[in-house]
Design a protein around this ligand. Structure first.
Ligand code: TRP
Length: 391
């Protein structure tokens, strides 16, 4: 835990340096103009000497995002962008190299990348305020990935859960089993190292993510500390900004998270669903046989999920909404929720459709402009990294 021993070469440091440490642990609250985020802080955190902040986040191109992706991540990105103060830089990436950690069909991946890009613009990311780019267009991500592999611990990686869930193995799986080892591809195992490279290559200080990414952020902080310990303080320690919409549950199996892989399409609402589709899916959402409206996520996950969803749109607590709807019917609650969702998603869907139909090359232009800006920023970091490593 001795970060910042200051062995960096002189003369290459256009980048702000991170000189002072403070040791904190526990939840810390971070306030933007209209919103309060919770962040988990348990490592030594080299603090920026000034107030400049760099926000980075990524989304995998795996088809049109659903409401869970939107409330858990994308809506927060837009809020951060819109609330941003001077001195904050924002980077949002379609992490197509991460998508390759599981088998992909190339034509489909190409389509998904474009769909993801159009979605980011449709939800309200603005290329004049945020740098939006494809990860694979900025080669420094892959270069820093390799460099971080030289400090990443196999033991730490083997304890992480994502590769196990992708291979449908229990969380306590170890690498001791040879059948596991032969199924596990190096890229999937090293996924968190590439994610750390994404964050660190842009010297990000804040990373807005869903609750499920907390483990990857801890790993990124750990690898930044390890690198800084060996080579001097190059990387700030990135902090997770955990979205308040922690778990959006499936409409068909409300004890599971809303997911793009559930067999029943009615279990999720896509950002491009029409008002009619939204009404049908909400109407068919699974609830229990009790017709009363109460908020009880453990015993009544179905109706509680509907209240939570409404809460995310109305900005009210689930308890208050339960009281409000107490004397009405489940049908009224569902109708109200479906209207909220479809009104909110309508402009997003319209913009998405017009971006996908565009024939002027607008998306290509915006992605090239984003790639150029991201390359320039990443190159500043890589010059410093190469210098301190003797390359
Ligand atoms: N692992 C993230 C997810 O599945 C995506 C991601 C890749 C990411 N690189 C990142 C998120 C860097 C935040 C920062 O959602």
């Amino acid at each position: 835990m001795h970060a910042n021993i200051g062995r960096c070469g002189q003369g290459l440091t256009k980048i702000p340096r991170f000189g002072s440490n403070c040791l904190r642990s526990g939840f810390v609250y971070w306030q933007s103009n209209s919103h309060c985020f919770r962040r988990w802080s348990s490592f030594q955190t080299p603090r920026s000497p000034d107030t400049t902040r760099t926000i980075f986040s990524g989304i995998q191109p795996t088809g049109v995002p659903h409401l869970g992706n939107y409330l858990g991540a994308l809506r927060e990105w837009v809020r951060l962008q819109n609330d941003t103060t001077e001195g904050t830089t924002l980077y949002f990436s379609i992490v197509d190299l991460h998508a390759l950690t599981v088998p992909q069909e190339s034509a489909q991946l190409r389509r998904w990348r474009k769909e993801a890009f159009a979605t980011l613009l449709a939800v309200g990311l603005d290329p004049s305020r945020s740098t939006i780019f494809y990860q694979s267009s900025v080669q420094a991500h892959a270069e820093l990935f390799w460099i971080l592999c030289t400090v990443a611990s196999m033991g730490y990686l083997s304890r992480m859960t994502q590769w196990k869930s992708k291979l449908q193995l229990p969380d306590d799986t170890t690498l001791d089993n040879s059948a596991t080892r032969s199924r596990l591809r190096l890229g999937l195992f090293a996924y968190p190292v590439l994610q750390a490279a994404d964050i660190l290559v842009h010297r990000a200080t804040h990373v807005p993510v869903g609750e499920d990414q907390k483990q990857h952020l801890e790993f990124s902080r750990n690898i930044a500390n390890s690198f800084n310990h060996i080579y001097g303080s190059v990387f700030p320690s990135p902090e997770a900004l955990i979205s308040p919409a922690k778990r959006v549950m499936s409409l068909k199996e409300p004890t599971l998270k809303m997911s793009k892989s559930h067999v029943d399409e009615r279990s999720r609402i896509l950002l491009t669903d029409s008002p009619d589709e939204i009404h049908k899916k909400i109407k068919a959402a699974l609830t229990d046989s009790d017709t009363m409206i109460t908020y009880d996520p453990i015993r009544r996950p179905g109706v509680s999920n509907l209240l939570e969803l409404l809460g995310h749109f109305e900005g009210k607590s689930c308890q208050d909404l339960a009281l409000e709807f107490q004397s009405t019917s489940l049908r009224a609650l569902k109708e109200n929720l479906a209207s909220y969702i479809s009104n909110h998603l309508r402009p997003i869907r319209d913009k998405y459709i017009s971006l996908m139909d565009d024939k002027t090359g607008y998306l290509d232009d915006v992605s090239e402009q984003g790639a150029r800006a991201a390359r320039a920023n990443a190159e500043l970091t890589m010059r410093q990294v190469r210098e301190v490593m003797g390359l």
